[in-house]
Structures are given as C-alpha cells and as structure tokens.
Design a protein around this ligand. Structure first.
Ligand code: NAP
Ligand code: GCO
Ligand code: CA
Length: 264
C-alpha cells in the first residue's frame, strides 16, 4: 500500500483559491484526495474552481470568512453532509500587515491575530468532533519563519505565527489519543502575492533590497515556489506521518540553519 496515497480522503484547505493554499490543495488532489477549499468571496472562489479544473481537479469551493465561527460551522456541516467527513484540514488562510509596531493600530494587530491564529482555532475546533468520532484525522497549520524569528514591521504576524506553532503542539498533545495528528508546515520565503512587495524591481531595475537580503540568508540562494511545499504537505496529510505529531516541518531552503552569507 502506498503510504503517501490520499485516495478516499476528504481534504479542506482554507484560503486556497490561489497562492500556497492552491498549490497544497492541488497536491493533495493529485495524491487522490477530494479537494475542498474556501475563500473570502464568490468571485475568487469561482476563479479558483476554474483554476483547479484546468489542473484536472474537481474541487468544491465555499465562500467563507474563516474568522466567522458561525459561517465556519455551517461550512463544515455542509461538507460533512455532502462528503461524509473531513479527513485532512490545512489551515492556510492568512494575512500580513507590515507596519512598525509603534505605529500599528491595535485593530490592525487584532485583525492579523484573528485570521492567522484565531481562525485556525475556529476551523480546527469545527472539524475535531468528526475526527474524534472516526478516531482519525490530520490537521496541518501553515506556520512561517516568523514562528521562530522576528523582524522589523511584522509584530502581529510573528505573534500570530508563533502562537500557531504552539496551537499546533497543543492540538497534537490533546488529541493524539484519538489518532489525530496535528503538525505545522513552515514555508521559508515563497514567491506569492503576499511577498510581491518584498521582491518588486527597483526604479533603477535593480533587485529589491529585501530580495537580495533573502537570497543572502538562504543557502539554496533562491526564493521558494509554492510547489516546493507540496511533497512535505502530502507527507503530513498521509499515513506516512501517522507517528509524527506536534512537529513544524520547515520548508525554507535552509534559512533557519544559516547565519547568512559571510562577507567575501
Ligand atoms: P496569499 O496569496 O495572500 O493567500 C492567502 C489566502 O487566504 C488568499 O486567498 C486570501 O483570500 C485568503 N484569506 C485571507 N483572509 C481570509 C479569511 N478571513 N477567510 C478566508 N480566506 C482568507 O498568501 P500566501 O503567500 O499564499 O500565504 C498562504 C499562507 O502561507 C498564509 O498563512 C501565509 O501566512 C503563509 N506563508 C506564506 C509565506 C510566503 O512567503 N508567501 C511564507 C510562510 C508562510 P483573498 O486574497 O481573497 O483575501
Ligand atoms: C515578511 C514575509 C514573511 C513570509 C513568510 C516567511 O514580510 O517577512 O511576508 O512573513 O511571508 O511568513 O516564512
Ligand atoms: Ca489508509
């Protein structure tokens, strides 16, 4: 039996009409899972469904703001009615606001915490009862370099992603006895719309200073692609990782291991 197969599994990936979520959901679909995703508005969901279709994936899309607990509960019960279960949840939906902390509005701080930390709590809480009844489930939280490291202007995001690492460990601790595994996947710096502002070409055509900085901090000397995350995600979603629990698997090209390129 191929331990990496997801045949017969039902997978929900939040915020997956594009970006990392789309790549992860497509990867789970290619491994045999029924793909379900949500996003924040109908237009984006419809576009996502089209994109999945182009890749040969019949995905089911829901419009659902993951910070709205009532809507999340409605979405999960509709999925369980139509598909019978949720085997795999990837909490991917996320936002970032890059503002120096002393200038950051508290409401903006709260909004980032709401989407990046409280929503994974809400969606995980909604799928846990079914997983507990079936004594089987996989919850994968999309963490970040900022689950381990800080940097200027990302105080809310780092607080959320640091909290998400510990939420991952706590779900692993509390629900391992139900044969539910909860792990994190920690992307490094990935080329997606979220990081476009960090890679924009400068007026003189040179690379963005942050772009050059990341290349000097990454042994692989490149930005990651969403595709780089697919194998690790299929591993964490499959029975190949049934005894891996509470772990954050960093997919960062070696950033966390590296002091940075030394001066020549
Ligand atoms: P992205 O392209 O902005 O994707 C985020 C997705 O989440 C978007 O589709 C967004 O929808 C959706 N979303 C935002 N708020 C939502 C809400 N309240 N309810 C439902 N959906 C919502 O960003 P990404 O780079 O793919 O990031 C995906 C995840 O990876 C995030 O958790 C991010 O923190 C994490 N991550 C990214 C990187 C990176 O370098 N890119 C590295 C580490 C971790 P709209 O676009 O319609 O708002
Ligand atoms: C930033 C970036 C990072 C990446 C990612 C790193 O502003 O530093 O957006 O936060 O998105 O989370 O793992
Ligand atoms: Ca099996």
């Amino acid at each position: 039996m191929n331990k990496f197969s997801l045949e017969g599994k039902v997978a929900l990936v939040t915020g997956a009409s594009s970006g990392i979520g789309f790549a992860l959901a497509k990867g789970l679909g290619d491994a045999g899972a029924q793909v379900i995703f949500n996003d924040i508005n109908q237009e984006v969901v419809d576009k996502g469904i089209e994109e999945y279709k182009k890749k040969g994936i019949e995905a089911k899309g829901y419009v659902c703001d993951v910070t709205n607990e009532e809507k999340v509960i409605e979405m999960i019960s509709s999925i369980e009615k139509e598909f019978g279960k949720v085997d795999i949840l990837i909490n991917n939906a996320g936002i970032i606001k890059r503002v120096p902390m002393h200038e950051m509005a508290s409401d903006d701080f709260r909004k980032v915490i709401d989407v990046d930390l409280t929503a994974p709590f809400i969606v995980s809480k909604a799928v846990l009862p079914g997983m507990m009844n079936r004594r089987s489930g996989k919850i994968i939280n999309v963490c970040s370099m900022m689950s381990e490291l800080g940097r200027e202007t990302v105080s809310a995001y780092a607080a959320a992603k640091g909290g998400l690492k510990m939420l991952t460990r706590n779900i692993a601790s509390e629900y391992g006895e139900y044969n539910i595994q909860c792990n994190g996947i920690g992307p490094g710096y990935i080329a997606t719309p979220m990081t476009n502002p960090l890679r924009e070409k400068q007026a003189d055509g040179s690379r963005h200073p942050f772009d050059q900085f990341i290349l000097s901090k990454t042994p692989a000397e490149r930005w990651g692609e969403a595709e780089d995350l697919v194998g690790p995600a299929v591993f964490l979603a499959s029975e190949a990782s049934d005894f891996v629990n509470g772990h954050v698997l960093y997919v960062d090209g070696g950033i966390l291991a590296y002091l940075g390129k030394q001066p020549k």
